[in-house]
Structure formats: C-alpha cells, structure tokens
Design a protein around this ligand. Structure first.
Ligand code: C5P
Length: 235
C-alpha cells in the first residue's frame, strides 16, 4: 500500500462547508476521510454525497454501532447501501451482533470494510471493571474482543499504536488495524493519551492512520499531510 493511502483525515466539525473545504484541499494527498457522529448529526447524511462530490472517494463512517444483532444488521445494510468504504461497530455488542453485521454488509454488491472498536481508549482498566465488569484489564480485553471480531468475519479493528504490535502478532497479517492518536513531533497531544508518530504507528503494524487536529488545525494542512506521508515513506 502506498504511504498516501494509509492516511485517513478525521473531519471533526459540525460545519459541512468546512468539511467540504478540507476534502477539496486534501483529497489528492490522502487515502480517505473519517466522518463521525458530530458531522452527520449536524449536517445530515446528505453530507456523504457532498463529500464525494468534493473528491472523497473513500469515506470511513465512524458510526460506532452497538445494539441488538437484528438492529445493527439492518443499520449496517442501510449504511452499506450509502456506499461508504468503511464502517465500525462496537465489539462489546458481542459475537452474534458482529456476525449479523458481517452478514448484512456482505449482502450488498460492494460491501464496506467492517472494523470493530474494542475498548475505547478513554477507558482505564479500573473504569472497565466498573462499567463492563471485566477484570481482565484493558490490554487483554482488546485482544479478546479483536479475536471475536476476526472470528465473526470482520475486516479489522480500531486500536491505538500501543496495542497494534500485539494485535498484529496475535491475529495475523490479514487483520486491518486502524489507528487514531497520531501526532507529529512538536504537536500538542490535546486530549489524546496513547499517542504515536506516523512512522511509529506503521512500524508497530497499523494499516490506516486516522489523523484529525494534527492536520486540520494546522495553518498549512496540505504541507502537514505531505510531511506525514514523507514520514511514513521514510519509516
Ligand atoms: O484530532 P485527533 O487526531 O486526535 O482525532 C482523532 C480522531 O480519531 C477523532 O475523530 C477521534 O474521535 C477518533 N478516535 C480516537 N480514539 C479512538 C477512536 C476514535 O481518537 N479510540
């Protein structure tokens, strides 16, 4: 895969015009764009067509679905029909839910890549014990849920660069690893905790890097993206 293709820009804004402007500016230099709950809730699902017209061929819809199997399967089918390239589901919804999601995705002719969110990076092992009742600890829980996702027929998982290395070793080459929390030397970490540079993340096994503020908050987003791509090439 080319270095450029690995970069997915997070369109974290409630302003559709801003999102379209980022796509026009960055589409020639990146692999795709991530649309999250903020943008779709503010701008509506019509924003997907607007982004495509602006040049976004690959859209990762960060839907983070989590419901009973039937409901998630039907939502995945509807999302697949919108022509998104990648969509995610919470692995904690369970095996039956993920199997139903995988089956639904494959019912369309050009199925989206399905990736599973394992443990939210905002949760500590203590919170995990409080909220989910597992004593496994976050690192083991990530491996456990990623294994379930793979067995259910998912294409990949969302994971921090810290977890990527173990996931790659334990779950093999075919599993896609999508990694947020990317920062270049000199960037501010913001609210991210487990951060890595682009080259570190790829070295540890990440396939796709989700990058938001490091690029979109920069005075020169194109210059910053080119710097990211060069760093991945030089790894
Ligand atoms: O601005 P920044 O590069 O931190 O944005 C990262 C993007 O990845 C945000 O859209 C954030 O919601 C998302 N994300 C994350 N950590 C996760 C899952 C998604 O930062 N574990």
């Amino acid at each position: 895969m080319q270095a450029r293709e690995r970069v997915l820009i997070a369109l974290d804004t409630s302003d559709a015009e801003q999102a379209v402007a980022w796509v026009r500016m960055l589409a020639p230099h990146v692999g795709g764009f991530k649309v999250g709950l903020e943008l779709v809730h503010a701008a509506g699902f019509g924003v997907f067509d607007r982004l495509r017209e602006a040049g976004a061929e690959r859209i990762f819809y960060d839907a983070k679905l989590h419901d009973i199997p039937n409901t998630v399967a039907r939502a995945v089918r509807a999302i697949a029909r919108m022509g998104v390239w990648m969509v995610n589901v919470h692995a904690s919804g369970g095996r039956a839910m993920m199997e139903a999601a995988a089956e639904a995705a494959h019912a369309v002719s050009n199925p989206p890549l399905l990736v599973a969110v394992t443990v939210l990076t905002s949760l500590s092992s203590q919170e995990l014990r409080e909220q989910v009742g597992t004593r496994r600890g976050a690192a083991k829980q990530v491996i456990h849920l990623a294994t379930l996702a793979k067995e259910a027929g998912f294409n990949g998982v969302v994971a921090s660069a810290q977890e990527a290395k173990t996931l790659r070793r334990r779950l093999g080459r075919e599993l896609l690893i999508v990694t947020p929390g990317i920062r270049l030397a000199g960037d501010s970490a913001g609210d991210q905790r487990r951060i890595a540079t682009p080259s570190e993340a790829v070295k540890r096994g990440a396939d796709y890097l989700v990058i938001g503020r490091s690029v979109t908050a920069d005075a020169d987003p194109v210059g910053k993206v080119l710097q990211v791509v060069r760093q991945i090439q030089a790894r």
